[in-house]
Design a protein around this ligand. Structure first.
Ligand code: SAH
Length: 369
C-alpha cells in the first residue's frame, strides 16, 4: 500500500475530499466526477486508461496520486464458492476478506483492523491480538479488489451487493476511518451500495454507536451473545464497561435517529454456555416488542478454543422459543468453513501489541475517537 512516496491514494478520499483534491490541482469539478466513474464504476486504476481525461491532467495525476489496494498474498476458494483473500499489511502482517456468493446477491465481509483488541473469548481473531487500525484506503481497497478479482465489468451486474464489517477487527474502535469508508461505499458516485446493505457490526462500543447514529446512515448489527450481564461479561469483555441495558438503549436510539427498520443482534451458539431454553426466554424478554432481529450463528471452532458448537437441535429449539415469544430469529448458514473463512475464524497475520488489548484493561488506548 505504501509506495514510499507522498502520493495521495485516491481510494482513501470521500467525494468531498476528491472534489477538493481535484480543485487543488486547478481542475474543474466535473473532472472529479470523471475520476470517480473510472475508479468505482469501471474498476480502472491506471490513469493512462482514463481516456476522457486530458493527457496533461493524467500526467499530473501520475505525479501526485495513486490508486493502490493492499496486495493479495493468497486466495482460497471453498467448495461452496466462498472466497477468502489474505491481504498483505506492512510486509509481514495480513488481514482477511471473505466473499460469500448467494443467489441474487454477493456479500463481502471486510476487516477494519489488523487483529482486534476486544478479546471476545470465542473469537479466533482475539487470540491474534491487536496491531493497528486500517486506513480508509485499506478498507475501501478490499471492496475495490474483490470487484476486480471477481471480474466486475462496467455496465455489468454488480458483484458485491452487500458489505458487512464482520471480518477482523472492531469497526467502531476505528471509527474515524470506518465512517468515511462506509460513506464511499454508499455514495452513488462511489460503489453505490444501498444504505441497508452496508452493515457495521459492533461488540458494543456505546459512545461510538451514538455518534454513528448521528453521523451516518448505514445498517447496524450488534454482537450480543448473552441475555444477561453476568454471562456477557465473560464472553464479550466490553460489556463490563457498557452493560446490556446501556447497549440496548443505544440500539433503540440508533433505530429512532436513523429511521432504520431494526437492529440485527448476532448470537453465537456455544454448547452448554448460552444456548439453554432459559437463555432464549431471557433474550426474548429483552427484545420483545423492539425493532430487533436475532441472527443465531453456530459457533465455528478454531484451534485452542475451549468452546463447542451447540447441536442443531439446541439451535432449533432456541430459535423456536424466540419466535414463539415474539422475536424474529434466523439461523445463519455456515459458509466457507472448509477454508476457515466462517465467522470468527479469520486470523490473518498479526504482530500482537498486547499492551493495547482490552484484556489488559487499556481499552482507552485501543479505541480511537
Ligand atoms: N467486532 C465486530 C465484528 C467482527 S466479528 C463484532 O464483534 O461484531 C463478526 C461476528 O462473528 C460477530 O458477531 C462475532 O461475535 C462473531 N464471531 C466471532 N467468533 C466467532 C466464532 N468462533 N464462531 C461464530 N461466530 C463468531
Amino acid at each position: 500500500m505504501n509506495d514510499g512516496t507522498a502520493k495521495t491514494n485516491l481510494l482513501g478520499l470521500t467525494r468531498a475530499e476528491l472534489d477538493a483534491f481535484v480543485a487543488g490541482m486547478g481542475e474543474k469539478p466535473f473532472r472529479a466526477r470523471q475520476l470517480l466513474k473510472w475508479l468505482y464504476k469501471r474498476c480502472v486504476a491506471d490513469f493512462d486508461q482514463m481516456t476522457d481525461l486530458a493527457k496533461s491532467f493524467r500526467e499530473r495525476l501520475k505525479e501526485v496520486a495513486v490508486v493502490a489496494t493492499p496486495s493479495i498474498t493468497t486466495t482460497q476458494v471453498s467448495a461452496d464458492g466462498t472466497r477468502k483473500w489474505l491481504l498483505a499489511m506492512d510486509g509481514t502482517q495480513g488481514i482477511e476478506t471473505v466473499f460469500i456468493p448467494e443467489p441474487g446477491r454477493g456479500t463481502l465481509c471486510i476487516s477494519s483492523q489488523v487483529g482486534c483488541a476486544m478479546d471476545c473469548t470465542f473469537c479466533s481473531t482475539a487470540q491474534q491480538g491487536f496491531n493497528r487500525n486500517l486506513t480508509v484506503a485499506e478498507i475501501v481497497g478490499q471492496v475495490w479488489l474483490a470487484n476486480r478479482e471477481l471480474g466486475y465489468q462496467a455496465g455489468g451486474d454488480r458483484v458485491v451487493t452487500n458489505v458487512v464489517f464482520m471480518g477482523m477487527g472492531e469497526p467502531l474502535a476505528n471509527y474515524r476511518n470506518v465512517v468515511p469508508a462506509a460513506e464511499i461505499m454508499m455514495d452513488d458516485l462511489g460503489f453505490d451500495i444501498s444504505r441497508r446493505r452496508v452493515t457495521v457490526s459492533t461488540s458494543g462500543l456505546v459512545p461510538q454507536m451514538l455518534k454513528l447514529a448521528a453521523e451516518t446512515n448505514c445498517a447496524l448489527a450488534v454482537s450480543l451473545h448473552a441475555p444477561n450481564d453476568k454471562l456477557r461479561d465473560q464472553l464479550v469483555p466490553i460489556n463490563r464497561k457498557h452493560p446490556i441495558a446501556e447497549l440496548l438503549d443505544a440500539c433503540w436510539q440508533y433505530v429512532n435517529q436513523q429511521n432504520a427498520r431494526s437492529i440485527t443482534f448476532e448470537y453465537v451458539m456455544l454448547d452448554g454456555i448460552n444456548d439453554q431454553p432459559e437463555h432464549a426466554r431471557e433474550l426474548a424478554s429483552l427484545l420483545k416488542g423492539q425493532p430487533a432481529k436475532v441472527n443465531l450463528i453456530p459457533f465455528n471452532t478454531f484451534p485452542g478454543t475451549r468452546y463447542q458448537r451447540s447441536s442443531a437441535a439446541a439451535i432449533e429449539r432456541f430459535r423456536e422459543i424466540l419466535n414463539t415469544n415474539g422475536v424474529i430469529a434466523t439461523t445463519r448458514r455456515t459458509r466457507g468453513d472448509d477454508i476457515d473463512a466462517a465467522c470468527g475464524q479469520l486470523v490473518g497475520r498479526v504482530n500482537d501489541r498486547t499492551t493495547v488489548r482490552l484484556g489488559s484493561k487499556l481499552i482507552s488506548v485501543a479505541v480511537q475517537p
